[in-house]
Design a protein around this ligand. Sequence first.
Ligand SMILES: C=CCO[C@@H]1O[C@H](CO)[C@@H](O[C@@H]2O[C@H](CO)[C@H](O)[C@H](OCc3cn(-c4n[nH]c(N)n4)nn3)[C@H]2O)[C@H](O)[C@H]1NC(C)=O
Length: 134
Amino acid sequence: MEQGLVVTQLDVQPGECVKVKGKIPSDAKGFSVNVGKDSSNLMLHFNPRFDCHGDVNTIVCNSKEDGMWGEEDRKADFPFQHGDKVEICISFDAAEVKVKVPDVEFEFPNRLGMEKIQYLSVEGDFKVKAIKFS
Ligand SMILES: C=CCO[C@@H]1O[C@H](CO)[C@@H](O[C@@H]2O[C@H](CO)[C@H](O)[C@H](OCc3cn(-c4n[nH]c(N)n4)nn3)[C@H]2O)[C@H](O)[C@H]1NC(C)=O
């Protein structure tokens, strides 16, 4: 499986924002934006699925602790289309993670109680154009 973008050694604090800008290919099956401590300990796996893993036009969110997936959380909204240029902003506090995309905001609990984001990865069908930390 092709390796996506991976950024380590980050020190993103509560209230700060991880911004990922990119384009969704016209034939995208799915992509994920992952933030946390490392690839085995994720505060959030944000996984829009156009058609993969048995899901169609569904955002699946999850956490991962010591390599073990948590309970999935399927969102009602799916504000993505093939060919879209999107900007995804992720921020967090002690209680929850917020994912802002144009016109929609998603929340997910900070299940692991992480106090900083040290790791970012973008996997799957997403062409990263820029990342920004603010
Ligand atoms: C119905 C019985 C089995 O349940 C299924 O079990 C699958 C396997 O655990 C679930 O899919 C995983 O769901 C995880 C989140 O809970 C992750 O999305 C996991 O994919 C991880 C992944 C994909 N990729 C990746 N895709 N493309 C590239 N380059 N990398 N990187 N990491 C998916 O393979 C899938 O979401 C789950 N479906 C349901 C309805 O529960």
